[in-house]
Design a protein around this ligand. Structure first.
Ligand code: ADP
Length: 790
């Protein structure tokens, strides 16, 4: 407002001043010039006017000065006045020029100021951090965006040159290196680093720092800036990650397709294949890429299948249907195998017209050939069934003939129902059938009940004492053998363990409960049938029994005689001392019965009784030794033979006691020296004792007799699986009359020990770790010359 009012005021004042100066100057009476005051007019004009106004004012002032001079001096011009006028004009013009020039300078300055503030405004309004640095790389200017971005005061940062504080520590090294190199080589820095933002988080920013030759200083200055490229960088990273993932899943997909045990393919509707997995090469032996390039996949098809396949393919592809076919494909080894192909049409994209076929080719050769075989078999089945039936009928007739007319006994039993039960038992995890059946008698009965005799022949009926099979069927015995269930259990084991054949001895129960010892064999036939045959052993058994009975009788007589002789001898020898002890006892009793017993005499009598009793023991010992010694007839003995004879002797007894006798004999046993009768008695005693100890005992009942040749003797061991000998009896066992048996006399072991000692050996007893007792003794070798191997 003041400026608006001041301007006309000053211009008016300038005009009035000019008019005043002209008026005074034009007064002729004044011989002086005040035209210099026109300069003040110019100053006033220049204060508010433009350069042009000053110019115009200067022109007007010059005209006024010249006019004033002319008014006063034109009638009589003088050089002095003219010079004065000229000087005044020059002064006006020079001042005007100076004022105009000042005006111009001011205008330029204003312009400069304007553009500087415009630049500053621009620099601060762009969303980038901008700076200028000196040739040494020190930043001298930072725009306001610095503070907006980093939150740090730009002036403080400039003062301390601490702009690197905002750079991520991990990017620091590369930044320093890059900037230093760029400053040194005067090249542009273009780098992405992470810059800490006002919120403390780091963002990726692009540093662009360019060297520029300053026209003002003639030096290289650097102008640069920071732009936020975080989103771009992270997007790029994200993109790279997605790309890597894509690549990974692509590789995985390729690996997967190559692992599939089928040929996989992709084709367009023109049957142009553009993908095969590696299986194609493995199967056909041809390079899949070459085949894709040449599109000659039909070459691998069997010539006979090509046309039909291509027809089907064209039809399916034309209609956009699924492709399904089978054909023979040539494999790498040149052979053709039946393959099945399935191709599914899939649209390239949702709603797109174009479709591709994705599919697989799998090997169905085995199924196809199996089907072919089944077809062929079906075609010939009827004929084969007929042939087989005729053959079977022929076999059946032969078998039936053999069965019925033979003198050999046959019985056919059907185990198929029992077999089913056994299958169930096996499936439940049972491995020891016998143990299982023993533990489950009901199950055994159920299984045995499931066995049926389907056929017996005449020979068997006759063996059992019947007139015919019809009579046998009409009067079946309650139990057909002594150990019938055992034999049947063995037959169940045949089924259970897949044994084809068993045999053994048993005693059949025939007509009128007659007992027929037989040797039997059982053979497994197909369809769960068992065929058994029997051999009558009655005659052989009778003879054998008589022989054994005679031998056993002999042995028993021998034993009775031994004990008898021994008893007689003892009785004879003991008669006198026992009579003496009796008398002493009677005298003693009388002495005790008196009113005042004669204790001194009683003591003497008792001492005599003691001495007599000791004599009795001595007599027993000596008498026995005499008996044994008296019978000794030492000679060379073939031990294995003697043992074999003894076994025969005891066979029946052992069988009755259900005891096994196992004889383990070294290959070559030298002859020994001894009394065969006594030695046999030793074996008889030891074996009988062992059998007695095991009688009625469950589990294994076995006596093992071992003979082994030592350096100077033959060692004999008799072991059993019985209860063994209680510790407290081990010492007493060989004492006379020691027995634990109700009917025993306790002399057996005493006699055995004496007999062995008499032959130069020593009989000892021990308990085995595995249970049972073991008796051991050595027998001396026969003298050289008589010592032939047994
Ligand atoms: P006896 O046979 O008349 O009892 P022995 O002298 O032959 O007389 O046997 C004495 C005792 O030794 C027997 O009653 C028996 O208790 C014990 N004995 C003998 N042999 C065995 C054995 N193998 N196992 C367990 N005890 C045995």
């Amino acid at each position: 407002m003041t400026r608006q009012l001041g301007r006309p005021l000053l211009l008016t004042s300038a005009g009035l001043l000019a008019a005043l100066v002209f008026w005074i100057d034009s007064i002729p009476e004044y011989d002086f010039s005040i035209s210099i005051l026109y300069l003040a007019v110019l100053v006033l004009v220049s204060a508010v006017g433009s350069g042009k106004a000053v110019g115009r004012a200067a022109g007007a002032c010059v005209i006024l000065a010249v006019c004033a001079w002319a008014v006063n001096n034109l009638h009589q011009p003088s050089p002095t006045s003219a010079l004065r006028c000229v000087l005044a004009c020059i002064a006006i013009l020079v001042t005007a020029a100076l004022l105009i020039s000042r005006k111009r300078l001011e205008a330029t300055k204003q312009d400069l100021e304007l553009s500087r503030s415009q630049v500053e405004l621009f620099a601060n309004s762009v969303p980038y951090v901008l700076w200028r640095s000196n040739p040494r790389g020190e930043i001298e200017y930072l725009n306001e965006s610095w503070t907006a971005v980093t939150g740090l005061d730009r002036w403080t940062v400039l003062e301390g040159q601490r702009y690197n504080d905002v750079v991520h520590p991990e990017d620091m090294a590369v930044l320093v290196e890059t900037v230093t190199a760029a400053v040194a080589s005067r090249t542009t820095t273009n780098l992405k680093v992470r810059i800490r933002q006002v919120d403390g988080r780091y963002r990726w920013m692009q540093i662009y720092d360019n060297p520029v030759l300053s026209p003002l200083t003639g030096q290289v200055e650097r102008y640069g800036g920071l732009s936020d490229v975080h989103d771009e960088v992270t997007a790029k990273e994200e993109l790279q990650k997605v790309r890597a993932e894509l690549e990974e899943s692509r590789t995985e997909l390729v690996t997967f397709t190559n692992m599939v045990p089928q040929i996989l393919f992709r084709a367009d509707r023109n049957a142009r294949v553009d993908f095969y997995n590696e299986r194609f090469t493995q199967v056909t032996g041809r390079d899949l890429h070459a085949v894709i390039e040449k599109q000659d996949w039909i070459e691998d098809f069997h010539p006979d299948d090509r046309e039909a396949y291509l027809d089907n393919l064209r039809r399916s592809f034309a209609s956009g249907d699924e492709l399904r076919d089978t054909f023979r494909l040539r494999h790498a080894d040149g052979s053709y195998r039946w393959m099945s192909i399935v191709g599914r049409p899939v649209r390239v994209a949702e709603g797109a017209e174009e479709i591709r076929y994705y599919g697989g080719v799998s090997d169905i050769h085995d199924e196809v050939t199996a089907h072919q075989k089944v077809r062929e078999l079906n075609e010939t089945l009827e004929q084969r069934v007929e042939e087989r039936t005729t053959e079977l009928m022929r076999t059946e007739r032969r078998y039936a003939g053999l069965f019925d007319v033979s003198n050999i006994t046959f019985a056919e039993m059907d185990f198929s129902a029992a077999g089913k039960i056994l299958d169930e038992i096996k499936a439940s995890g049972v491995s020891d059938l016998r143990a299982y059946m023993m533990a489950h008698p009901d199950e055994l009965t159920r299984t045995l009940d499931a066995i049926h005799t389907t056929r017996v022949n005449e020979a068997l009926a006759r063996l059992m004492g019947f007139e015919s099979v019809a009579e046998l069927v009409a009067n079946p015995p309650q139990q057909n053998a002594d150990d019938g269930p055992e034999v049947l259990l063995r037959q169940l084991e045949m089924y259970f363990y897949g044994i084809d054949h068993i045999d053994g001895r048993t005693t059949l129960t025939g007509k009128g409960d007659q007992r027929i010892p037989v040797y039997f064999t059982v053979t497994r036939l197909p369809d769960g049938l068992h065929l058994s045959s029997h051999l009558n052993l009655s005659d052989q058994e009778k003879i054998e029994e008589m022989r054994r009975a005679a031998q056993a009788e002999l042995a028993r007589a021998n034993r009775v005689a031994t004990v008898g002789a021994f008893s007689a001898s003892i009785a004879h020898e003991l008669n006198q001392p026992i009579a003496s002890m009796l008398m002493d006892a009677q005298t003693g009793l009388r002495l005790v019965a008196r009113e005042t017993p004669d204790l001194a005499t009683l003591g003497r009598i008792l001492q005599r009784v003691e001495k007599t009793a000791q004599r009795v023991a001595g007599i027993v010992q000596r008498t026995r030794e005499n008996i044994v010694a008296g019978r000794r007839q030492a000679r060379a003995i073939n031990l294995p033979l003697l043992i074999s004879d003894t076994r025969d002797l005891l066979d029946l007894d052992l069988k009755r006691s259900d005891v096994d006798l196992e004889i383990i004999c070294a290959d070559a046993v030298p002859m020994i020296n001894g009394d065969p009768v006594e030695l046999q008695q030793v074996f008889v005693n030891l074996i009988n004792n062992a059998a007695d100890a095991m009688r009625g005992q469950p589990g294994v009942r076995r006596i093992t007799l071992r003979i082994a040749a030592e350096a100077t003797a033959v060692r004999v061991k008799v072991a059993d699986t019985g209860p063994g000998i209680p510790e407290e009896y081990l010492e007493k066992l060989f004492e006379p009359f020691f027995t634990t048996k109700a009917t025993g006399i306790g002399m057996g072991l005493q006699i055995c020990r004496s007999a062995v000692e008499a032959m130069g050996g020593q009989l000892t007893v021990a308990n085995q770790m595995s249970g049972g007792a073991i008796f051991t003794f050595d027998l001396p070798l026969a003298p050289e010359g008589t010592r032939l191997h047994g």
